[in-house]
Design a protein around this ligand. Structure first.
Ligand SMILES: Nc1ncnc2c1ncn2[C@@H]1O[C@H](COP(=O)(O)OP(=O)(O)OP(=O)(O)O)[C@@H](O)[C@H]1O
Ligand SMILES: [Mg+2]
Length: 451
């Protein structure tokens, strides 16, 4: 049991009156507090590979699964944004980052940076192809299992040999993952099991071989599979079952089999996306024969999946899955929509422009019921608009909140913030919200009265 400072129950409830929220100076309450704790309750593994766990500030219960396994102090060591390397001076920046990460002995970070470099070649590099090959070879040499498998041209293709059936990311990079305590602990356990596989084996216990991720769109199922592969320093092999089933229906059973064989040929994380495509299409009489064959192939494979590779399947529609399949997974993880703490963590992480905490809290409350992806996209949209129209991010965010949430209970708090902090006129607010300006005036008065 881990005790967190502050009242854990306070995280869910949004404090409606914005003025009572912490002023700018006390925003330090949202600073990241490092805590080298493994929330799985497992003792730190031998060799010191503690699964890092961060929590945000005193009033947030969200867990941030950083992109490195070298301890909390490296939480901000995610390789910088890919685009930075693509800009002039990118090579120099990459070198400095490499030295910084390498000097801390963080192999995972170096791999991640190399992966990003291969995707975003700096303009100073004269021969992009040769550079990519050289970086890839350097990585492969450091990890023979990657090199052997992916240099051999063994990636399965369709019958004509034209299209590769899977996407292979030899060095998967992953953004920080934000999850609630339960999901964070489950994901950390999956990683911990494999890092301590020998210990488990000595006790006669096997690692989880197959895992099912289920949850609505945009809650991080794909991101989590990348995060796991990155943490385990394994290549990520992705097969989109929906596209395999639709484009190669006649031969999908054979294609899936060849992908599974490929994934079994060496250690990797195999990610079967849109897993329900198989089960869903089973109801369709026209191709029932072929789909039955696919289901059978998968059932057999799930049963005898080797411990060397981790099979992760994802679905947005767990209810559509054949029960026989569901039961065969070693673990089933449910990915929820982000709670208040997670929404605040997502927005706080994205906020690099000093948008006041009051606005972050309002946004977090208003985006209730939406996915992580919706929130990330909202913020990116605001950033784009702020640059294009030369406005402050705070102004754009508040504008967008007024426009997108004209009927929610919290709208008057947003109006009030717009009016008092950003000098927005009642008329402007009324236009954005699609209401009359007397309605705005009344709303703002009410917001003041209820504080
Ligand atoms: N838990 C999370 N923590 C941080 N960012 C997240 C999280 N979940 C989603 N995101 C953001 O949303 C984007 C899309 O998420 P992702 O593709 O992993 O969702 P998904 O659950 O796989 O969706 P789908 O079911 O549509 O495939 C990510 O690239 C990331 O920017
Ligand atoms: Mg996905």
């Amino acid at each position: 049991m881990v005790c967190w400072p502050g009242n854990p129950n306070s995280s869910g409830a949004f404090r409606r009156s914005c003025p009572s929220l912490p002023p700018r100076a006390t925003r330090a309450g949202l600073r990241t507090t490092s805590l080298a704790l493994d929330k799985t309750g497992l003792p730190p593994p031998a060799g010191g590979v503690a699964v890092p766990c961060l929590r945000l500030g005193t009033d947030s219960g969200a867990y941030r699964l950083p992109v490195s396994s070298a301890g909390c102090r490296v939480v901000n060591m995610a390789a910088p944004k890919t685009t930075l390397y693509q800009e002039p001076g990118g090579l120099e920046r990459a070198l400095v980052d490499l030295v910084r990460i390498g000097a801390r002995g963080h192999a995972g970070g170096v791999r991640q940076l190399a992966g990003r470099l291969m995707r975003a070649i700096p303009p100073e590099v004269s021969d992009a192809g040769a550079f990519r090959t050289a970086v890839h070879e350097a990585l492969s040499a450091a990890n023979p299992s990657n090199g052997l498998r992916f240099d051999s041209g063994a990636i399965p293709t369709d019958a004509e040999g034209l299209h590769s059936l899977v996407n292979v990311d030899a060095v998967p990079g992953a953004d920080e993952f934000i999850a609630d305590e339960r999901l964070a602990a489950q994901l950390q356990e999956i990683v911990a099991e494999r890092k301590r596989a020998e210990e488990l084996a000595r006790a006669g216990v096997s690692v989880s071989r197959t895992v099912l991720f289920s949850g609505p769109p945009g809650v991080g199922k794909t991101l989590a599979s990348r995060w796991i592969a990155q943490q385990l320093e394994l290549p990520l092999v992705t097969l989109d079952l929906a596209s395999v089933v639709s484009s190669y229906l006649g031969s999908s059973g054979r294609n899936i089999k060849s992908v599974l064989e490929f994934a079994k040929s060496g250690p990797c994380v195999l990610f079967l996306d849109e897993f329900d495509a198989v089960a869903k299409r089973r109801d369709d009489d026209t191709d029932i024969g072929e789909l039955k064959r696919i289901v059978n192939v998968i059932l057999v494979e799930l049963d005898r999946w080797p411990e060397t590779s981790l099979l992760v399947a994802a679905t947005n529609h767990p209810q559509l899955l054949d029960e026989a399949i569901d039961r065969r997974f070693d673990r089933v993880l449910s990915f929820p929509l982000p709670g208040d703490s997670e929404r605040r963590a997502l927005l706080t992480r994205a906020n690099q422009s000093d948008v006041p905490i009051a606005v972050i809290e309002l946004a977090a409350a208003l985006w209730e019921g939406h996915s992580h992806s919706d929130i990330v996209r909202f913020w990116e949209l605001c950033r784009r608009k702020a640059i294009l129209h030369d406005l402050t991010l705070e102004y754009v965010v508040v504008n967008q909140l007024i426009e997108q949430f004209p009927t929610t209970e919290l709208r008057t708090s947003v109006w009030r913030h717009a009016h008092e902090q950003l000098d927005m006129s009642n008329r402007k607010i009324a236009t954005l919200a699609g209401v009359s300006h007397p309605t705005v005036a009344t709303g703002i008065r009410q917001a003041k009265d209820t504080m």
